[in-house]
Write a protein that binds this ligand. Sequence first.
Ligand code: CO
Ligand code: CO
Ligand code: CO
Length: 322
Amino acid sequence: MLTDHLNLVHDPNLLVGFETGDDAAVYRLTGGLALVQTVDFFTPIVDDPFTYGAISAANSLSDIYAMGAKPLTAMNIASFPQDLPKEILREILRGGAAKAAEAGVPIVGGHTIYDKEPKYGMAVTGVVRPGKELTNAGARPGDVLVLTKPLGTGVITTAFKNDRTDAATLEVAVRHMTALNKAASEAAVAVGVHACTDVTGYGLLGHLRGMLRASHAGAAIFFSRTPLMRGAWELAAEQHISPGGTSRNKEYHDSAVAWDAAVHPEAWRLLYDPQTSGGLLISVSPRKARRLVEMLHQAGVAEAAAIGKVTAGEGAPVTVTA
Ligand code: CO
Ligand code: CO
Ligand code: CO
């Protein structure tokens, strides 16, 4: 891995480093308190600068929520072309600030440089009780897998950029991308779950495989139970739209995925669709699964659904059933 040579210091207080592909690092300060740290930024995913800022902030905060932690402070990280009106940058930062305010997180600083392309995101610091952090490891055979947001941000934003879909369809994706994973994380912590991550660039199957690798398990998921954004399926199945990242995700992971013959041949376009500010993927004991989904629905995480289960066996394939 690109990061292999970076791990030079052994520190027993580092509870979660980058080796396990988790969403954030967890560093124990005292017996009762651990620091949770993450940074994320990307280029504009939508044209409207305020919305872009809000999406990017929601995405950055999500890596703290995915650890079952509470975000405390955030710092902006941005790059901006010298020849673009500064008003655009102001709007991006305003969108990020509004989202951070919704999360109850003060922005305490930041840094901006000139660059050819705008980029924006946040470094977020949070806290968790040591040992209570939710990681990729810990999923157990028999667990139910719950996904808290529908898939489709890559398909829909790509379609919109190429004039293949309308503003109303984009609006659905924007609503999901700007939604904080705060309520979903709080429900997972309240119920008590075994593993958690958020679904972003590697798509559902990529992030699921990360969880299974860390947990030494396999999984079986149902495509028909996987929530999809309105319009995404038609764009993928009929118009064959997907961003470049989808085939890269497929190429990387597909040797470990067994597709049932009854699954629609275009389903991969959504199960590998790179998500921006995607939902949480949660592994929960079967006796708590129904309660978790009910709590999520009550908390307004309306499309959260049980999509499959964890199976036994190190390196077992992920099977996808219709
Ligand atoms: Co993440
Ligand atoms: Co991240
Ligand atoms: Co500076």
